[in-house]
Design a protein around this ligand. Structure first.
Ligand SMILES: Nc1nc2c(c(=O)[nH]1)N[C@H]1C(S)=C(S)[C@@H](COP(=O)(O)OP(=O)(O)OC[C@H]3O[C@@H](n4cnc5c(=O)[nH]c(N)nc54)[C@H](O)[C@@H]3O)O[C@H]1N2
Ligand SMILES: Nc1nc2c(c(=O)[nH]1)N[C@H]1C(S)=C(S)[C@@H](COP(=O)(O)OP(=O)(O)OC[C@H]3O[C@@H](n4cnc5c(=O)[nH]c(N)nc54)[C@H](O)[C@@H]3O)O[C@H]1N2
Ligand SMILES: [Mo]
Length: 755
């Protein structure tokens, strides 16, 4: 192959006809029930239902179709006609299903019946809700509360989530790890530390006014495609976009608006990034320091007119430490670390300084690193140099993952006691909430491997598959006394049942949630901290399904002794009663909650940092100095590669819709590893070779992933890419952010071995 043959080879713009084809292919596989178009038309609009895919904000001025390729895929996937009923298990064992792919497991269709694991036949059998609830309740009463984990993936609405957290506390622990422990925990902890906000500060007003975006490790084309519209609008106004990412992600290169008939016919592409900097994985600290250094130097030359000195003096602390660090670090150290030239970093700084209003966007490329919190601090340093925070058109924009992942934290799904108004819970429910911090997901995973954790209850998700160290966890997961999964579809976590194991099938968000007082509304919080009501209208996939809230109440009644203040039945009859409880617990965030459910664009919870009120320890926004120039847990060594685990646009986390990663030019397989041409030459590899990736964490644990096809790819030397979740077998549990414990999924030390 010649140099120009590196993949991706002109994959075509994000959006455009490719996105329609992508939707059609998933539609063909999922075989959605009739009426799915009607459902899609209501998606993300006031009075409609909120997409169960990503958390990107829902605008007040919505479009005729306010959904993207991936939102449509998610809706079609849950609206499938296929059913995975009890008969699926006839003659099938759990053990044999372990050879199935994630795609094939979910493709069996919607779960229809509550199921219990039967050890004699090694398969699941139909059960009744009553039997399930009472058996789970009995098991839990035998276990010490400390040994039990209540996980949640960020799907369930605020109402069910609030009751889930209440249930754990009534049972006796704060063991409430959530998917954000593997995702934006770095934001919850790292951003909180520096600006006093655990969430982003940006709202639609900022998006409408900004003239520049700086992107670090977030991929809107695949993971939040509705974001491409505001990016295009920014470009149409003459704004600029600068991206730092090891991989040239197509959504950040160019976009054709699939909602514009003219653009679709003429193929009118909008170029998204004005500059695209392919830095080495894990080196954003160096790159951002380089940009900051250029800004500081320009300020010196311009007699102090570049830095926003008024902001720095009035609002920040430790500025001098940061400036000294930037001055003392040489350009050589910076450029060697990140692999970008001084000129490239100065170019980025030029755009940054010319812009009046800059938004800093980030995602997993910054958060899933061994020193992700330093990454977040560095981005905030850069923004603060020119007062790009707490002013219209500016701000810090962590793009959240699951549709309600942020909201679940807001209503009490948190393992740390200090994050929850325990006094309010004490008063409302007349009990003594547990005072000890609960387990983070990393501690829970270690606890399962060590045999300390005896039961895991999962409100959604596919925890076993999403966690690091797959082999070690799969070898020990079944030693647990109890596993309970509240799920819509079959997944790999179901295939490692505890001694007593239950699958509890629930309604999907687009389905009717009929209770005694009528079809219920649930609410979610988006990435901009706006709260939206959501009502499903589709006929449920099975008459036996229960809503997530109904399942939580059913479990609660079996687990917690009755008490007049615990009105599980009344709450189930009318979810607005649960919203009253949420408002009573968090009066500032949820004022007049029930009357504001369908405000266009949702109602804003507010954010002090957006008003330049800093709820930090110092009462000021804090400049920080990282201890080194990268976010890695390891030193470079001959043959040691940094494995970056990737998402394709044909998956939502562990849900694999299909095998087309069209933006990266990879079709028909996920068993690939992307390698730079120079690394291939050095290691004697050819395009198409089969190799094994081997852990190089140096902790004595053998971790191997065989059978990957080498793809020669435009990726920096020393960095390689392969897909999540297949690669999770290679990630040590102990590799995580020093502050927040978010796993370091984006720079895993591995070696390449011939297969
Ligand atoms: N279609 C789809 N949508 C999704 C999801 C999905 O799986 N599929 N998942 C949802 C969830 S839960 C989440 S959290 C979000 C995730 O959305 P993102 O935050 O976009 O997450 P990733 O795609 O894992 O990684 C983002 C980017 O980081 C880059 N990167 C890797 N290492 C580095 C680095 O060291 N520095 C920099 N600057 N960049 C780096 C990668 O190349 C990639 O482009 O998306 C949500 N939306
Ligand atoms: N290597 C590597 N590992 C990663 C990541 C990475 O980038 N690299 N990313 C991490 C991130 S950001 C995250 S958020 C986690 C994701 O971890 P999880 O949130 O645990 O996993 P998901 O794949 O989102 O869960 C999919 C399952 O959710 C269930 N489900 C779908 N819809 C619903 C619903 O409406 N209700 C209920 N109750 N269940 C439903 C279905 O049964 C489906 O099989 O993975 C993490 N793991
Ligand atoms: Mo996530």
């Amino acid at each position: 192959m010649s140099d120009s043959d590196d993949l991706p080879r002109n994959p075509g713009p994000a959006g455009g006809w490719g996105s329609l084809r992508g939707m059609r292919e998933v539609g063909g596989e999922a075989k959605p029930t009739p009426g799915v178009l009607e459902t899609l038309k209501r998606q993300n609009k006031p009075g409609g239902f909120m997409c169960s895919s990503c958390a990107w904000a829902k605008p007040p001025n919505y479009k005729p179709f306010e959904f993207c390729e991936n939102g449509a895929k998610a809706t079609m996937w849950e609206s499938t006609r296929d059913r995975c009923g009890p008969d699926f298990w006839d003659g099938r064992t759990v053990a044999e299903l372990r050879s199935w792919t994630d795609h094939d497991l979910e493709k069996t269709g919607r779960l229809t019946h509550p199921l219990r694991y039967d050890a004699a036949t090694d398969s699941y059998r139909e059960t009744t809700w009553d039997e399930a609830f009472s058996a789970i309740g009995a098991k839990l009463s035998d276990l010490p509360p400390d040994d039990v984990v209540f996980y949640s993936s960020g799907h369930a609405g605020l109402e069910a989530s609030y009751l889930w957290a209440l249930l754990a506390r009534l049972y006796g622990n704060n063991n409430l790890p959530q998917s954000s422990n593997m995702c934006h925990e770095t934001t919850s902890v790292g951003l909180q530390k520096v600006i006093g906000s655990p969430v982003g500060t940006v709202t639609w007003d900022d998006i409408a006014a900004t003239d520049c975006y700086f992107f670090f490790g977030q991929n809107p084309g695949s993971n939040s495609p509705r974001f491409l519209h505001p990016l295009k609008e920014c470009k149409d106004r003459g704004g600029k976009i600068v991206t730092f990412n090891p991989i040239r992600e197509q959504g950040l290169v160019s976009f054709v608006d699939p909602q514009s008939p003219v653009a679709m016919v003429t193929g009118d592409e909008t170029k998204i990034s004005d500059q695209y900097h392919q830095l080495k994985s894990g080196t954003d600290i160096a790159a951002i320091l380089g940009v900051s250094k250029a800004v500081i130097e320009a300020d010196d030359e311009a007699g102090g007119t570049v830095i926003d000195w008024a902001f720095v003096e009035e609002h920040t602390t430790k500025f001098d430490d940061f400036v000294s660090f930037a001055r003392e670090t040489t350009w050589e150290a910076i450029t060697t670390e990140c692999g970008l030239t001084e000129e490239a970093l100065r170019d980025a700084a030029r755009v940054y300084m010319e812009a009046e209003r800059v938004i800093g966007v980030y995602g997993m490329g910054l958060t899933q690193q061994a020193h992700g919190a330093w990454n977040v601090g560095m981005l905030v340093n850069l923004l603060m140099l020119r007062g790009n925070i707490g002013r219209t058109g500016t701000g810090c924009c962590p793009v959240r993952g699951h549709s309600n992942v942020q909201g679940q934290r807001t209503v009490g799904i948190a393992e740390k006691v200090e994050l929850v108004p325990m006094d309010k819970l004490r008063e409302l429910f007349d009990f003594e909430p547990p005072q000890k911090d609960g387990t983070h997901i990393v501690d829970a995973a270690e606890g399962i491997v060590a045999g300390r954790i005896k039961a895991t209850l999962c409100l959604g998700g596919n925890l076993l598959r999403a966690l690091p160290d797959r082999d070690r966890l799969e070898a020990t997961w079944q030693d647990q006394d109890l596993t309970v999964m509240i799920s819509t579809k079959l997944n790999r976590s179901h295939l490692f049942p505890g001694k007593s194991a239950w699958i509890l099938p629930c309604l999907a968000r687009s389905e009717k949630d009929q209770q005694e007082t009528g079809n219920q509304i649930i609410t979610i919080e988006d990435s901009f901290s706006h709260i939206h009501g959501s009502t499903g209208r589709r006929t449920p996939a099975s008459k036996l399904l229960k809503s997530e809230l109904a399942i939580v109440c059913g479990l609660a009644k079996a687990i917690v002794p009755p008490h007049p203040k615990l009105e599980w039945d009344a709450w189930l009859r009318d979810y607005s009663r649960v919203r009253e409880l949420i408002e009573a617990t968090y009066p500032e965030d949820f004022r007049d909650y029930n009357s504001r459910l369908f405000e266009p664009g949702g109602f804003w919870r507010g954010n002090a940092a957006a008003h330049r009120i800093w709820k930090t320890k110092s009462g000021r926004a804090e400049f920080t100095v990282p201890e080194k120039l990268n976010a890695l847990a390891f030193e470079p060594a001959e043959g040691r590669m940094r494995l970056l685990t990737m998402r394709s646009n044909d998956q939502f986390n562990t849900t694999i819709y299909g095998y087309s990663d069209r933006f990266r030019g990879i079709e028909g397989t996920r068993d690939v590893v992307l390698v730079n041409a120079a690394d291939m030459e050095r290691q004697g590899l050819s395009h198409g070779d089969r190799v094994t990736l081997v852990s190089d964490a140096g902790d004595g644990v053998e971790r191997r992933l065989p059978g990957l096809e080498v793809i020669r790819y435009d990726i920096p030397e020393g960095t390689i890419g392969a897909y999540y979740p297949e690669c999770n077998v290679l990630v040590p549990i102990s590799l995580h952010d020093h502050l927040s414990k978010t796993p370091g999924y984006k720079a895993v030390p591995v070696r390449i071995e011939a297969a």
